[in-house]
Design a protein around this ligand. Structure first.
Ligand code: GLV
Ligand code: MG
Length: 346
């Protein structure tokens, strides 16, 4: 473990110092684009105004014979567009793949100054972050990049889940992490064939009662992992996210999965299909009624201490803090979305 002072030193001479306070950004949906497809790249200018983060995907779902085209397509897409306040991320190939080194060398040297975050898949422990951290510092120095590139880990192996807190603590470059339920299911030997979401056989049966059929209550397969990830991230001041939901034909289930993640503390989720952009926007922007109630709490306790009753419900310092989380998020959303600003009264 580094000493506290050394923790924030740049890892290469000429590299920018890591953020002490990461930029505050609204990241309700991380929208995946396959950059090797020209038709998809052509949609990026429109996407920039619709999503919080545009991510060029180089890893899974990109065929092996298109990896180089995807990397070059991403560089092109980064050069061709002004992303303004919308985040520009890439998901690079994993550390043991034949593509990762060139992904980093080419992307950071050519468009590293436009890149906010690198998403690193299949992170197993802090050693994976240390490797990328050092290499990025060398490349940033070589390219003369002034703003540090952040790292976002995908939590998608059994070992990664075991080491999640150490991953969160590995570097000041850590932006956050996403649950990767598809790879995680495979890594754990789960008996499923889905990308996220529930499973009809993962149930608890109600007790037997005479003359009635026993009810089966479906449980959330991801509850344990999301909770563990949220605690690890928040204890180190980084951001947790739900990842992909693969059944595009079931928007209701996608919304339910995203909402569970939102309520548990996640900041956003991945959108793999245009229909999931609006789902994520709806879910990860706080509910207007909750915002109104939270504002009442803040107004009723201007210095955040004491106890008051609002609509029959007891409020104290702890509910004030919960209300502040909701109002702070609403303010962030309102700054980006005029319609919601009006609905929130902000
Ligand atoms: C995402 O990468 C996943 O494996 O779910
Ligand atoms: Mg994966």
């Amino acid at each position: 473990m580094k000493t506290p002072r050394a923790f924030y030193n740049p890892l290469a001479i000429g590299a920018p110092a890591p953020f002490r306070e990461p930029p505050v950004k609204l990241e309700r949906m991380i929208h995946f684009v396959p950059p090797q497809i020209e038709k998809m790249r052509a949609k990026v200018p429109d996407l920039i105004s619709k999503v919080d983060v545009v991510l060029g995907n180089l890893e899974d779902a990109i065929p092996a014979d298109s990896k180089v085209d995807a990397r070059r397509g991403f560089i092109q897409m980064a050069k061709d567009n002004d992303f303004q306040s919308t985040g520009l991320w890439t998901r690079v190939n994993c550390l043991n793949s034949p593509w990762l080194l060139d992904d980093l060398l080419e992307i950071v040297l050519e468009v590293g100054d436009k890149l906010d975050v690198i998403m690193l898949p299949k992170v197993e422990g802090p050693w994976d972050i240390h490797y990328l951290d050092q290499l990025l510092a060398q490349l940033e120095a070589k390219a003369g990049i002034a703003k540090p590139i952040q790292i976002h880990a995908i939590l998608e192996t059994a070992e990664g889940v075991k080491n999640v807190a150490d991953i969160a603590a590995a570097s000041p470059r850590m932006h956050g992490m996403s649950l990767g339920p598809a790879d995680l299911a495979a890594s754990r030997g789960m008996k499923t064939t889905r990308v996220g979401g529930g499973h009809p056989d993962y149930v608890v049966l109600a007790d037997e009662a005479e003359g009635t059929q026993r009810a089966a209550y479906q449980q959330d397969l991801w509850h344990y992992t999301v909770a563990k990830m949220v605690d690890a991230c928040l204890s180190y001041g980084i951001k947790p996210f739900y990842g992909p939901f693969g059944d595009f034909s079931d928007p209701a289930a996608c919304e339910a999965q995203f909402r569970n993640a939102f309520l548990m503390g996640c900041h956003g989720a991945w959108s793999l299909h245009p229909t999931q952009i609006d789902i994520a926007k709806r879910v990860f922007s706080p509910d207007p009624n909750e915002v109104q109630f939270a504002k009442k709490i803040l107004d009723a306790m201007p210095n955040g201490t004491g106890a008051v009753m609002i609509d029959g419900k007891m409020q104290d310092d702890a509910t004030w803090k919960q209300a502040k989380v909701i109002v702070d998020l609403a303010v962030q959303v309102a700054a980006k979305d005029m319609e919601l600003a009006e609905v929130y009264g902000l």
